[in-house]
Design a protein around this ligand. Structure first.
Ligand code: 4AD
Ligand code: MG
Length: 428
């Protein structure tokens, strides 16, 4: 019977099993040899003996990370740490690995991040590295389920586009036949158009591209954006949906993958209660009271965000950002138009999400475009959707890798994406 390593616990003493995986370690003694076989569920010690194991004579030529198939009998009468072992009847090489390895899987000294990323397929064989993506997958699954159950439609919008959404400087140009196109910075304009289209609630999980030249542990040039947009809703509705979406993701992870969480060094809990909110202006007051120079209309520095974040346990919202700091589609706060109905979700000094109520009045939207020195004609495909009955609406965009970064306490955002694209890296 073919089984995974994790399935061996349900197998009876003496029963015959077939295991497929990688040869992680091999130790050849005089009349007995030990192999550690690894599959995606764990590792197991395989014992083999001359005369008992077909293939014994070629064991000495087997290199680490060779793909093997082992058949043998399970025994619990063992000295091995796990308490089970397989006595091999045959060991077959399915595909040999070249030697030496550019990156050791079990070497105690961890390689630098560039070597790891260059050999990412090997790096991901380390269970603790693969775990980041297993957890990310579960978080996202829980969030998807929540949005689905909250009447959202999952959509897919174009990534090759004609206009910028988040400001013109950070665009990757694409030669699109005779025309100049760009890689999308955000599904912003498209998800808004789908509100005019009457879908009412949409969400999208997809790539977003930013040609930001800086190379930091928080920035990628291609990241995964989780976006929502809701019709007949404002910024407060959007914030509630974000809070509940994140909680649902974590709840799903804890309920279904306790074994993943057990392998982590830090705790993961569902945040209790509502995420606290602080306005941008109150942040300024707080910073000034601590002797910081913070001017209305300027972004906070990472150091300032550390000070603000120090006041909160976990997630918190910074609301009512200056209109001058936010993109053209952001709705000003009625009666106090220097600020906007916008928010960022923060965790310590890290920005996880930006969102807002959007401008739905086409005249105001044109005006807002002009005030940002953008030409409304370049946005006519988008503005048209506002001229024939656009509901009031709100939404947000959350960087999946930023969420993993803070949940798993990673030092570098490159750890949270399989194949990072940064200032210098486009392979693998
Ligand atoms: O703050 P951003 O630029 O906002 C938007 O894209 C809006 N259209 C969202 C909205 O619906 N109003 O990006 C949203 C999130 C950030 O909070 C961050 O988590 C992530 O996307 N993000 C990045 N993640 C990694 N590397 C980068 N260079 C990122 N830029 C943004
Ligand atoms: Mg932002």
């Amino acid at each position: 019977m073919q089984v995974n390593v994790s399935g061996l616990k349900d197998i009876k003493e003496g029963e015959e099993v077939v295991l497929n995986g990688w040869l992680q370690e091999i130790r050849i003694l005089k009349n007995i040899s030990f192999i550690v076989l690894r599959d995606h569920t764990g590792t197991i010690q395989i014992t083999s003996k001359p005369g008992l194991t077909t293939g014994y004579d070629v064991l000495s030529q087997m290199t680490r990370e060779t793909v093997i198939s082992v058949s043998g009998n399970l025994t619990r009468k063992t000295q091995s740490k796990s308490g089970v072992e397989v006595i091999a009847k045959s060991i077959e090489v399915l595909n040999a690995s070249k030697s030496p390895l550019p990156l050791g899987i079990i070497d105690p000294v961890s390689a630098d991040i560039e070597t790891r990323l260059t050999n990412r397929f090997l790096d991901l064989r380390k269970p603790e590295v693969a775990m980041i993506f297993r957890i990310e997958s579960e978080l996202l699954w829980g969030m998807r389920q929540f949005f689905h159950d909250s009447d959202f439609v999952e959509v897919h919008t174009p990534k090759i586009v004609a206009a910028a959404t988040e400001g013109g400087a950070d665009l990757f140009p694409v030669q699109y036949f005779e025309k100049q196109a760009y890689l999308n910075q955000s599904p912003q304009l498209y998800k808004e158009m789908l509100i005019s289209a009457g879908l009412n609630r949409v969400f999208e999980v997809g790539p977003a591209f930013r040609a930001e030249k800086h190379n930091t542990p928080r920035h990628l040039n291609e990241f995964t954006s989780i976006d929502i947009e809701m019709g007949f809703a404002d910024h407060n509705d959007a914030m509630l949906m974000l809070q509940e979406g994140i909680k649902s993701g974590i709840r799903h992870l804890i309920a279904h993958r306790q074994e993943y969480i057990a392998s982590l060094s830090q705790r993961i809990d569902v945040p209790e209660g509502d995420f606290p909110k602080i306005t941008y202006r109150d942040c300024i007051t707080k910073l000034e009271s601590q002797g910081e120079i913070a001017k209305f209309g300027e972004d906070f520095t990472p150091e300032q965000l550390k000070i603000i974040g120090g006041e909160f346990q976990g997630f918190y919202f910074i609301t009512e950002w200056p209109s001058s700091l936010r993109a053209f589609y952001t709705h000003p706060k009625p009666g106090d138009e220097k600020v906007s109905n916008s928010f960022d979700l923060q965790y310590r000094e890290f920005e996880i999400t930006s969102g807002a109520q959007r401008v739905h009045d086409p005249a105001m939207l044109e005006e807002r475009l002009r005030s940002k020195n953008l030409n409304p004609e370049d946005f006519s495909f988008y503005l048209n959707a506002f001229r024939y009955g656009m509901p009031p609406h709100a939404g947000w965009g959350l960087g999946l890798e930023r969420l993993s970064l803070i949940m798993l306490n990673l030092q570098n955002i490159r750890e949270a994406i399989l194949f990072p694209r940064d200032r210098t890296r486009i392979t693998p």
